[in-house]
Design a binder for this molecule. Structure first.
Ligand code: 6PG
Length: 242
């Protein structure tokens, strides 16, 4: 099946196009007392998106019925400049009326990151009913090596089929990471990839080439069994697409 690709003129339009689609998803009818689960991406691309959500859509998102989770985290303190939690706090959480109990960052304060991964899995089990968590929406970025979340090419975490959260090692600092595993990502109802910039053009072409591309890039492995993937890209990143 052909990938669903939405091309925006530039990074600013991309942030606005994705924000509008997120708000539309979050405002779909809910059962009484229900809530929505949104899993956030790290890295730099989503910063503008989070700022648009915190400003233009501050008053149209049902914050009390929204629970925020993270798809991955660098194993650094939450106030570290490289923390994905800090990125979201500065660009979104500090500006919107979301109840504190609705925000579920990955813990990075335990001596052993494997214990942190297990603790986060417990958080997910408490909030999202087993046997597997089904996020209403997962936001993902993609590195120029085809990694997504903190699932890097060749990472043992890619082979994880039972744990919901795993540790992984990045090739760049901070090397120790926590990441949702593929079985969790592939049970999402909806996945939005955000890819921007000319440096992502080649990898985007390869990842979207599907079976014709023999290299198993982690981002290409995100194919929800009972869900949809939408690739939100800017023109720079899309320039190598057929
Ligand atoms: C992280 C992210 C990672 C990111 C890609 C793209 O913690 O770094 O989860 O998967 O989405 O590396 O990063 P940019 O958006 O900064 O290009």
């Amino acid at each position: 099946m052909r990938p669903d690709i939405r091309i925006s003129a530039d990074g600013d339009r991309l942030a606005r196009d994705v924000a509008r689609a997120i708000v539309e998803r979050l405002n779909q009818p809910l059962v009484p007392g229900g809530s929505r689960s949104l899993c956030l991406a790290g890295g730099q691309t989503p910063r503008d998106l989070y700022q648009v959500l915190a400003t233009e859509y501050r008053d149209t998102i049902p914050w009390p019925r929204l629970h925020l989770f993270w798809g991955d985290e660098r194993y650094v303190p939450p106030d570290d400049a490289q923390s994905n939690y800090r990125l979201v706090r500065e660009s979104l959480l500090d500006h919107v009326p979301i109840p504190k109990e609705n925000v579920h960052p990955m813990p990075t304060n335990l001596p052993d990151p494997n214990d942190a991964a297990a603790a986060y899995e417990q958080t997910l089990r408490e909030r999202l009913s087993p046997p597997w968590p089904r996020f209403d929406l997962v936001l993902l970025g993609m590195g120029s090596d085809g990694h997504t979340a903190s699932l890097f090419p060749g990472s043992p975490a890619l082979a994880e089929r039972t744990r919901w959260v795993a540790t992984s090692r990045a090739s760049v600092e901070p090397r120790v990471r926590l990441t949702l595993t593929l079985p969790v990502l592939n049970r999402a109802a909806l996945v939005f990839f955000l890819v921007a910039g000319a440096e992502k053009a080649d990898i985007l072409r390869r990842v979207l080439a599907g079976p014709s591309e023999p290299v198993p890039y982690p981002a290409a492995a995100v194919r929800p069994e009972d869900g949809r993937v939408v690739w939100w890209v800017d023109q720079q990143a899309a320039r190598s697409l057929p």
